[in-house]
Design a protein around this ligand. Structure first.
Ligand code: FHN
Length: 488
């Protein structure tokens, strides 16, 4: 169930997901993580703290991001090899080392079995392209501290520790660049269970079983020894990096967050940084596992699992319906955001088939209706998104929100795109009035087939006719107007 808070910020502050049944352990989505989700970053985006020059640079960096709308998140690490089980104990995905308090020496042995001979960076990039995903964000180092790339500054990495001995980022970055897909890197900033100097805000997310005394941990030693050298490696070894996607800033200081932003921009000035770099810095907010229920005019991105867990867990069969995932994409685009949808490849390097199938389903529709999504602006309306529902309360006790699912709107100069999920029984769709003159209406897939419409006191009546045989896909109706569509 994806919860939707009343307002974006309140949703960010309290958003969480009730994931699957007891069989699949809860994601660590309590408030502690929520605080890392760029609430500050969203609340005080760089734009209102930056000089005019820096704001212009940020707007330039975000150009491709705001048009992209859809990206692939990849959670892949040693935990993928464990697949949610260790020594007969069922557990979590990327958090298995923490949940089971696996000693670092033992966990490091997993690397000796990690041999992803079926990894194919070209296939992963092609899957992203087929799905219509314009950027790929891969976990280069998750909380377990293991680098999934060639890290000369730290031997605890895939090249040095595994029998496979390759650097997957080399192949994946090249395959992305070849396809015009932005290659982006995820980096766990404030959690690292392989380093003795990484305390966390509430302690329980640290490695307290190998390094029990939190008071002895000095974040700045980890920051100098591991974070800065590895960020430098990531930004100098793989060509153009579209974005550094930081996670869990935890106990980083404002000065250190600023230092990271400066380091990244000194190496790749156009590299975007998400708000989880900490302290309200960064270029955009990253709500997790939840979609705001209103239009947000600042850049933002919802990151979400395709099933229940981020990393591969063999027993995790809680895959979201393809139709739900496509609705989420259009819903998010209609609110001005991007959808970063996650895949969790196996220890062998294979993206599970149910995940591939869902991405191909979305890509089939997206390639046919690209004009309505890529580079489009948010809905000029809002009532179509749903309504506050006092009978329903969200987890923070605030009035709930009932999502309406009939249609969504996106815009471009001269065009209003209506993605119709529930075809009106009588074939007539009434949309709110526009300030613009309506010049014509047609299905996006068939410009020649014009549709009748008339304006009335309650809005614009579109006579769509009988439901198309859209094979389970929503149909896009294009409304030609003069100028940018604006609600009356
Ligand atoms: O703990 C991680 C989690 O495993 C996953 O990587 C998500 C993705 O945004 N970030 C943290 C939870 O907020």
């Amino acid at each position: 169930m994806i919860l939707r808070g009343k307002g974006f910020l309140s949703a960010l502050a309290v958003a969480f997901v009730c994931l699957g049944a007891a069989a699949i352990p809860q994601q660590n989505t309590d408030k502690g993580d929520i605080a890392n989700q760029g609430t500050l970053g969203h609340d005080a985006p760089a734009a209102n703290r930056l000089s005019a020059e820096d704001a212009a640079a940020r707007a330039h960096r975000l150009g491709w991001f705001k048009d992209a709308k859809f990206g692939m998140f990849i959670h892949w690490g040693l935990y993928s090899q464990l697949a949610g089980e260790y020594n007969g104990q069922l557990s979590s995905d990327a958090h298995i080392m923490l949940r089971l308090k696996i000693p670092l020496k033992e966990y490091a042995q997993v690397a000796k079995e990690f041999n992803p001979t079926k990894f194919d960076g070209e296939a992963w990039a092609q899957l992203a392209q087929d799905a219509g995903m314009k950027y790929v964000v891969i976990t280069t180092k998750h909380h377990d501290g293991f680098a999934m790339f060639d890290s000369p500054s730290n031997d605890y990495n895939i090249v040095k520790q595994t029998p496979w001995g390759n650097d997957p980022l080399k192949e994946l970055s090249a395959a992305c660049h070849k396809r015009g897909i932005k290659f982006c890197v995820y980096y766990s900033l404030g959690r690292d269970w392989a380093d003795p100097d990484v305390p966390t805000r509430d302690g329980w997310r640290s490695n307290t079983w190998d390094y029990p005394d939190e008071t002895k941990k000095e974040f700045s030693r980890y920051f100098e020894r591991k974070v800065k050298p590895q960020i430098r490696e990531l930004l100098t070894q793989y060509g153009d990096v579209g974005m550094v996607w930081f996670d869990t800033p935890e106990k980083i200081s404002l000065e250190q967050s600023k230092e990271l932003v400066a380091l990244i921009h000194s190496l790749q000035p156009n590299c975007i940084i998400n708000a989880r770099v900490g302290h309200g810095l960064g270029d955009y907010a990253t709500p997790e596992q939840q979609i705001p229920n209103e239009v947000i005019h600042e850049p933002w991105e919802t990151c979400m699992t395709i099933n229940a867990m981020w990393g591969y867990v063999k027993r995790d069969d809680k895959f979201k319906a393809p139709e739900q995932l496509l609705f989420n994409l259009v819903d998010i685009a209609s609110k001005g955001g991007n959808y970063l949808l996650n895949v969790g490849p196996t220890g062998e390097g294979i993206v599970p088939q149910p995940e591939q199938d869902r991405l191909h389903y979305i890509g089939t529709w997206l390639h046919q209706n690209a004009e309505a999504i890529y580079g489009a602006g948010p809905t000029p309306f809002g009532a179509e998104l749903g309504r506050i529902n006092p009978e329903k309360k969200d987890r923070s006790g605030k009035p709930g929100f009932t999502v309406a699912r009939e249609w969504r709107a996106t815009t471009k100069p001269g065009k209003l795109f209506l993605t119709v999920f529930q075809w009106p029984q009588d074939g007539e769709l009434v949309i709110p009035a526009l300030k613009n003159e309506v010049k014509g209406v047609h299905r996006l897939a068939d410009e020649r087939k014009t549709l009748a419409f008339d304006s009335a006191a309650d809005g614009i009546h579109l006579h769509l006719g009988s439901a198309p045989d859209a094979k389970g896909y929503p149909t896009v109706v294009a409304v030609d107007v003069d100028g940018t569509p604006t609600a009356q």
